[in-house]
Design a protein around this ligand. Structure first.
Ligand SMILES: [Zn+2]
Ligand SMILES: [Zn+2]
Length: 250
């Protein structure tokens, strides 16, 4: 399994891309920033939640695939995410929803699936893990054969990730958000995000040292501070992920 970090920035900055993770070149987790790949290169999409930094490219992805006569895209998200997208970004007030439209070849552009438990897509077994965020958000534990990865969603509580990785030895890598710097815990709890000190606390009971932990979704303006604070608290136990990085899982 290969996981390509197309973008992992927690905000806008020159040269940085918003949340998008591509597994084996065909399964996309979040569509914050495409452009690093062509819209025709995907087969399925998982959406963690409807915040704009995670879905910004999704409407245009459908438009491009409609224009390019691509095969039907399988898109999985929670009922809450679909409701927000349909009432907001994909209401005709903002942008048309091309989901049900056909290309000239007669293919539907996208097929939507509502996540209500573990499911399979493209031969990957996916377990959704509820996060604690401003509104409902999911992490995804994604398994292929004997190995897998957890792509964390936005959250102020990462303990469900560590519980799941403790109970499932096939988890080899975990991507976890740390959006804010130490001292911003109150804001982090309100907004549903983590600081280095919160992550350190929540990691205490997690004993599997072989699991590689990658920090994502850092606010670009706090990047240097968060990196220093993580190093001071957790040493080489976690690394800060970079846009363009590829992880080999297993
Ligand atoms: Zn969010
Ligand atoms: Zn976010």
């Amino acid at each position: 399994m290969k996981l390509q970090i197309l973008g992992c920035a927690g905000g806008m900055a020159r040269g940085r891309r918003l949340s998008s993770y591509l597994i084996d070149g065909r399964l996309l987790v979040d569509a914050g920033a495409l452009g690093a790949i062509g819209p025709d290169e995907l087969e399925a999409v998982l959406l963690t939640h409807a915040h704009l930094d995670h879905v910004l490219s999704y409407p245009m992805l459908l438009t491009s695939r409609l224009a390019s006569h691509c095969e039907t895209l399988e898109v999985h998200a929670s009922a809450d995410t679909w409701r927000r997208l349909r009432k907001g970004l994909l209401s005709d007030l903002v942008y048309p929803d091309h989901t049900a439209q056909s290309t000239l070849a007669g293919h539907q552009v996208a097929r939507t699936h509502t996540i209500d438990g573990p499911f399979e897509v493209l031969g990957y077994q996916v377990t959704p893990l509820p996060m604690v965020h401003a509104y409902p958000c999911l992490a995804f534990a994604i398994r292929k054969g004997a190995v897998g990865v957890i792509v964390g969603g936005d959250t102020s509580d990462s303990r469900p990730l560590w519980r799941f990785a403790s109970e499932n030895r096939w988890v080899k890598h975990v991507l976890v958000e740390v959006s804010f710097a130490d001292g911003l815990e109150e804001l982090s709890h309100q907004a549903g995000h983590l600081t280095p000190s919160m992550l350190e606390d929540q990691l205490r009971g997690f004993r599997r040292r072989s699991v590689q932990i990658h920090v994502i979704h850092v606010k670009p303006e706090l990047h240097g501070t968060v990196r220093r604070e993580l190093r001071a608290r957790l040493g080489d136990r976690v690394r800060v992920a970079r846009d363009g990085q590829t992880l080999t899982i297993g």
